[in-house]
Design a protein around this ligand. Structure first.
Ligand code: DX5
Ligand code: ZN
Length: 221
């Protein structure tokens, strides 16, 4: 597989300079902007909402914005993020009362949809909605904070998800989020991931381009 995408998580960016930080990672070779939305209810942290997504669009960011909703309930924010210019909108199945309805809302608006699985959440929620999903996101840490360590059991889960996607015959991205960096990106790709969220591994370095190039070099091995 050669269509690998790198999605820096702006959770680890300098929020006081967010527009410039997003410009910098895109100029450094990133493909997708990963946008973590936390509500201090579904997860124990509070971050940014649709106004900030809209502000990035108004600032001139045209790259895909991958909105990862760690909120409960999800539906009202789906509408707000559609308006705010999201490209992907993904949510956790445990946080939606009606998973199919939430996915359909995203699809009806012309956005790309996805389900996110916490480390201990089984993949069975995908079974009846694979035809409505453009992305499967596997959390490789418990959601809420950047800078945590990759949970190794995610590798087997990625293989399982990759099989389900292959069986569906659909073009569905398989994204992994949490503890991804230069040292482990190759084995994560070997397990089936094609889209890599990395927050601290990129933003905590001084040369974003060098870091992203090093990740791509690992992916090319
Ligand atoms: C965690 C977030 C991640 C996080 C990743 O809840 O969903 O996107 O920012 O951060 P790193 O790459 O530092 O583990
Ligand atoms: Zn995320």
């Amino acid at each position: 597989m050669s269509d690998f995408k790198i999605a820096p998580s702006i959770l680890s960016a300098d929020f006081a300079r967010l527009g410039a930080e997003v410009d910098a990672v895109l100029e450094a070779g990133a493909d997708i902007v990963h946008f973590d939305v936390m509500d201090n209810h579904y997860v124990p942290n509070l971050t940014i909402g649709p106004m900030v997504c809209k502000a990035l669009r108004n600032y001139g960011i045209t790259a895909p914005i991958d909105v990862h909703l760690m909120v409960k309930p999800v539906d009202r924010l789906i509408g707000d993020f559609i308006e705010a210019g999201a490209t992907y909108i993904t949510f956790h199945p445990e946080a939606s009362e009606h998973i199919d309805r939430s996915l359909q809302m995203i699809k009806d608006a012309g956005c790309l949809s996805g389900l996110v699985f916490n480390p201990a959440t089984p993949l069975h929620h995908l079974e009846y909605v694979l035809d409505k999903v453009d992305m499967v996101l596997l959390m490789s840490v418990n959601p809420g904070f950047g800078g945590q360590s990759f949970i190794p059991g995610t590798l087997n889960k990625l293989k399982e998800a990759r099989k389900m996607i292959a069986q569906s015959g659909r073009d569905i991205r398989l994204e992994v989020d949490g503890g991804v960096g230069i040292a482990n990106i190759a084995e994560i790709a070997a397990a089936g991931a094609d889209t890599f969220v990395a927050g601290s591994a990129i933003f905590n370095t001084s040369d974003y381009a060098a870091t992203i190039q090093a990740m791509r070099a690992e992916l090319a091995k």
